[in-house]
Design a protein around this ligand. Sequence first.
Ligand code: NAD
Length: 503
Amino acid sequence: MASAAKTQVETLRNYVGGQWLPAEATETREVRNPATDEVVAHVPLSGTADVDRAVAAAAAAFPAWRATPPQERARYFFKLRQLLDENREELARLIVTEMGKTLDDSRGEVQRGIENVETACGIPSMMMGYGLEDGAARGIDEEVIFQPLGVFAAITPYNFPFMIAHWFWPYAVAAGNTFIIKPSEQDPGVMRRTFELIEQVGFPPGVINLVNGGHDAVNALLDHPVVRGISFVGSSQTAAYVYQRGAASGKRVQASGGAKNAIVVMPDANLDTYLSTMMNSFYGAAGQRCLANSLVIPVGSAHQETRERVAEAASRLRVGDGLEAGVELGPVVSAAARDRIFAAITSGVEEGAEAVLDGRQVHVPERPHGYFVGPTLLDNVRPGMRVYGEEIFGPVVGMAPVDSLDEAIAQINAAEYGNAASIFTESGAAARRFRYEVETGNIGINVGVAAPMAYFPFSGAKRSFFGTLHPQSRDAVRFFTESKVVISRWTTGDNSPVTGVGR
Ligand code: NAD
């Protein structure tokens, strides 16, 4: 049965040195459509030999690519931007088929990825250095230049299989480095298609490579002495591991981790205007976003109205296959994820939370094998409960009412994660305090999903981010380059130092 199915379903290849190569590793894993449970591909679990081959190709390509002027490197990205734009619908559908989020959500993801390509087109300005005549002393000038380092790699999660790779590689490659992407083994299809477009662009062989796989490929990248740096996004546990193991082998590492984001609803919040942005942040992508708000902290009298309106709107969400028009809540990525989320809901109820809406009761008759979890709202969630502190990563919202903004801020700052937090209020003073005091990397003020645009860093703090420089934009360019300071002095014909212009 397994081998019969395998003949019909493709086994993905790696893209190394400008060629599509079968992995040397023989072990594979099934990729399934979460709405139907059908196997759509087999992904090879590449190992050390596959990583070695990709690193060798990337290292060989580096000297010539580095010597290509930045404006010429940028032109490859103009062309890529065009191809991505022409193929955006196909890319979005591939995301739905393997990850499960709705087509609208997937289109948004593709757009956010393309915006990073557009931003990286500005590399001649973005990687410019600066200098100062007589900066060191009279007649001695000083300047800093930013140089690429060599081979970098990105290890990405399943929940944004297209966008997150684009937080990194366009900046790294535009800056003159060469690159390897290791996508999530749960939904590698959209990056496979993206690499077909990359191939059409005609980057020199080895500049950008794709290695499919899981933890073996990650470990080989982390340990490889030629790889200069690692960009990682995934759960906090893996992020901490990647950060430590990468640093132990002398690499620079930026590692974004998990999250448990809260929104504070003040009594003066304008729910008429902002309920929809809140709902999107709770249940968009079935709660599988690192910026999903899975905790609501209503202050004082905001509790009752927020509970009623969220419950009413959530109960109307249409659950189903994300490819179907009108569906607002797709499946979660795997049967294992669904079972884990169900268990988290069960534990919340057992620990005393009140299930206002219980997503374990979901039925989607037209997709009986899909991994669905219905919209869930648990009220009276308290610190100490598993559903309060743990990242559930599903369409499950916990409501934890408090009496004051002080209490709300204290609760957010006591949490182990620090990815994002939002406040809904009409008070400038409350909003300013929130922005000033809350210890998360991204802040929303009357904004549900506080997602930074491509030209801002995607921040994060505490166990949501390990490192210094964040994904996207100037932070990314800085991460992918080293500063070199040049201090220079010249003598005149009579061997005395130059002391002024014109001498
Ligand atoms: P994950 O940690 O399971 O996997 C991420 C990557 O690490 C994958 O490529 C996977 O192959 C690899 N990996 C997994 N376990 C490994 C191990 N033991 N050793 C080496 N490599 C390993 O994460 P996921 O489930 O794919 O993604 C969801 C998580 O990502 C959530 O926690 C979410 O909050 C987080 N996330 C964070 C951000 C952010 O910006 N902070 C953005 C998106 C997702």
